[in-house]
Write a protein that binds this ligand. Sequence first.
Ligand code: ACM
Ligand code: ZN
Length: 572
Amino acid sequence: MKKLIPILAVSALLAACAQPQEFHVIPMPAQVTINQGSFCAKCANVSVDEKLDSLSRKAVARFVEALEIASGSKTKTGEGGFRFILNPNLAAEQYSIEINKEGAVVEASALNGFVYACETLKQMLPAAIYSGKPAPASCSWLLPYASILDQPRFGYRGVMLDCARHFWSVEETKKVLDVMTAYKMNRLHWHLTDDQGWRWESKNYPLLTSVGGWRAGTQVGKDKSLGQTDGIRYGGFYTQDELRDVVAYAAERGITVIPEIDLPGHMLAALAAYPNLGCKGGPYEVRQFWGISQDILCAGNEEIYEFLDKLFDELVDIFPSEYIHVGGDECFGGRKEREGLVPWDTCPKCQKLMKKLGIKPGKEARHYLQDYVTQRIQKMLADKGRKIIGWDEILEGNLAPGATVMGWRGTDGGEKAVAKGMTAIMSPNTYMYIDYYQSAEFDKEPVCIGSKVLPVEKVYSYEPLEGMPEGAEDLILGVQCNLWTEYVTTPENLEYMLLPRMCAAAEVGWVAAEAKDPARFDKSLDHAFEIFDAMGLNYCLDSRGKIGFDRVPARDSVELAKYLEEREKEKK
Ligand code: ACM
Ligand code: ZN
């Protein structure tokens, strides 16, 4: 892809314009020149090239509708004004905007380019355009004369959403997709299954949701050794119609949904439904505590491959994504358990298979067996026309050539993958785990996992190619921020964890390394906060000295009561 040189001639020229005063688009476009003068978007003419495909037309229509509602005025058809033109010479995610006295000419070659052009225009207009309501009369609808040519640095810009630990409605998931669209993210990695819940309907295996979709209670507090749960049945799942609805909603916004079936570990909810698939045969129950179960799919049992084959038939029919995520992380329990024996080490079926495969006994044996499972699943999915992504544990044992590695244990996993010539997506926990605290003032934040702090500035500071071997730029597909939800219990809490850190991840994925500018980004966040307000989204204000616990009354019920009681005592 051709590298664009950023031309950020913004601030000097803007000073000359009366209105609008600032260019605060996130992620910052690759080339921007702002000129003197402005064009009024209110009541403007709009014309759309007949050659645009139906989804691109829909994207333009959404922009026009938002503008009309917020500005309180209808657009008209006719010459000049906004013109949306197909330009096949541009790359799929590239777009250009030329604003001058004639109006605003938008060019792109495909849906994503048109979506991104519209989002750039929306961010250049008052934040009220995101509200779906009429804006105050004082809002200015002037767009500065400008030349913008933009395209992303990386093709993969993802958000991972965990709906297994806590379940998010279709409506809330669409809100996440909306804010992803606003910041030009293009992959939703949907973590649909885990020890604590199975969240997608299988017609072949209905017990996965009727049994595996529900847990008898949920861990109370952060210390699982206390063995406390709230005793409240918790769960939920998406029907196949709902899954298709989310996939279609995302596709209209240029977002691919990549489903994850985490295997062979993180499978306790499935084992609770179908105990014959585990080494011990059960009984199993959907996990009520956080952390990882040692009970995993029995690699030596042929039935698991038949089960997965049928399951993937259903999955690929729902999700058109080129990639299916097959998990592969933390197969052998938590750190302590990994030192001792795990079911695969003693299960007669797994041991028989290891012997047959010539895997020598020892500490590494289970990794080679996991690798056998991964490669078999990879072949199964290749036969269905799909490629696999796996967490960086798939690098242990033999390699699964052709697989894409999702690096998460620091940057090491991605580095190792690239060194071996494999493609990688970078989601290192050191920069991209947005389930960590956002500020060091833990008592002013909602409860988060562990005790690590990952403020928005740290996310922003991530450089995916740093420390990478030569040639990495061709193998790093992109970046992703991961939102695990063990301690995230309500939509307000979810949005708070996501925002504004997702915006920083969006810049890491979009903007050339040399064009990143923490001060400019921080300033632009003021407008992002207005957009979040207009969209009705919660967010963290730590970067403005207000953390915002009061905005997130989202601790679990028992902890919240204890916390408030203690706060009252302190006041007295
Ligand atoms: C992971 O965070 N277990 C991929
Ligand atoms: Zn077994």
